[in-house]
Design a protein around this ligand. Structure first.
Ligand code: KIV
Ligand code: ZN
Length: 389
């Protein structure tokens, strides 16, 4: 079987941080970036350096400290934005400038107040400017899915000729459908003459609940990079959820003929960390990482799973780093059980700290019938310095 490797571009720290109500401080961003590196994502979009001094500082720190993935900084097509990204990425092992401009007529008319020719020239100039500083330049055509196809192809052709090494096709407003988006990717691959010189990327939003399906349709039609966020965080209804994309490819390699380089055993911890730090809870029935994703309530299902888990499970919880045998703790659980659970969750704590948490755990267990992992994480998070590495 011919298996393509799909690059995973994580934008939790940039688009994900655009989730209404979410702000992450520099230390939290660094912690998430380190976890993404353990997951072995290919690219971390660390932020938008020109957006604020805080974003600039966070991107600079991640660029200096996180090793492994490419570190990307977002920039509009202005030289000022690109220069800010270049400066923030100075210490990155493998920096990428990600520059974007909208290509749909509605954005040109009401937002940019530019003509199609002006936008095409701005895209080309921006890529050329960025290439003076880095070898790895991504160009995104914002609102691509609502842009005129042939104009879009002209813009991508010009961006690649100017030196773009990745061209990104966003469904910025979550408007498209899997069939339509797959056909758009195929059309671009067939009508951009220099397309073989760039990686084709997609970036889907979830306004109609189709971000993951649209991204996977793009993979089936030749996309080589998928942009996504942990837990599907992002503007409005969010971005394509990373864990769903990864596990779809992992579970059906014969169908997608594609794989990722992700270490799936870090998926659950990454999801929990992002949920705790962003303050955005994961819904219980969320695919892959929700509390119920591997829970079997019906007696018939339980019986089947006990005989052979494959009867009702298409993925193994262990694959995402979730211990199937993890018992829900309660008021009869002892200190040893709590200590073991803390270790499983990735916490390496001093005995005195475990004693403190044990006291709080007992108080909580008296009030609740069951103490879940997320309750234990909340007890640990009461002291931020105790988060896992
Ligand atoms: O949704 C979008 O179009 C974006 C671009 C900046 C890639 O986030
Ligand atoms: Zn976006």
């Amino acid at each position: 079987m011919d298996t393509r490797i799909i690059r995973i571009f994580d934008t939790t720290l940039r688009d994900g941080e655009q989730t209404p109500g979410v702000t992450l401080n520099a230390a939290e961003k660094l912690e998430i970036a380190q976890t993404l590196a353990k997951l072995r994502v290919d690219i971390i979009e660390a932020g938008f350096p020109a957006a604020s001094p805080g974003d600039f500082a966070a991107v600079s720190e991640i660029a200096a400290k996180v090793r492994g993935p490419v570190i990307a900084g977002l920039a509009r097509t202005s030289s000022k934005d690109i220069d800010a990204a270049v400066n923030a990425l100075k210490k990155a092992e493998r920096p990428r400038i990600h520059t974007f401009i909208a290509t749909s007529d509605i954005h040109l008319q009401y937002k940019l107040k530019m003509t199609r020719d002006e936008v095409l020239a701005a895209a080309q100039d921006a890529v050329r400017h960025a290439r003076k500083f880095v070898d790895d330049v991504e160009f995104s055509a914002e609102d691509a899915s609502r842009s005129d196809r042939d104009y879009l192809c002209r813009v991508f052709t010009a961006a690649i000729a100017a030196g773009a090494t990745t061209i990104n096709i966003p469904d910025t407003v979550g408007y498209t459908t899997p069939d339509e988006f797959g056909a758009l990717i195929r059309y671009i691959r067939e009508h951009v003459p220099n397309i073989d010189q760039a990686v084709v990327s997609v970036h889907c939003h979830n306004d109609l609940g189709m971000a993951v399906a649209n991204s996977l349709a793009a993979v089936l039609n030749g996309a080589g990079q998928v942009e996504c966020t942990v837990n599907g965080l992002g503007e409005r209804a969010g971005n394509a959820a990373m864990e769903e994309i990864i596990m779809a490819l992992h579970t059906r390699p014969e169908y997608y003929r594609a794989a990722t380089g992700i270490d799936t055993s870090h998926i659950y911890r990454a999801s929990r960390l992002v949920s705790v730090l962003s303050g955005i809870a994961v819904q219980p029935n969320k695919a892959v990482v929700g509390d119920n994703a591997f829970a079997h309530e019906s007696g018939i299902h339980q019986h089947g799973v006990l005989n052979n888990a494959l009867t009702y499970e298409i993925m193994r919880p262990e694959t995402i780093g979730l211990n199937r045998n993890a018992l829900i703790l309660g008021k009869l659980s002892g200190r040893h059980a709590l200590e073991e659970r803390l270790k499983t969750l990735g916490y390496d704590l001093e005995p005195e700290r475990i004693n403190e948490i044990f006291v709080k755990f007992k108080e909580l267990a008296d009030r609740k019938k069951m103490v879940f992992d997320r309750d234990i994480e909340a007890l640990v998070a009461e002291k931020a310095s105790a988060m896992p590495e």
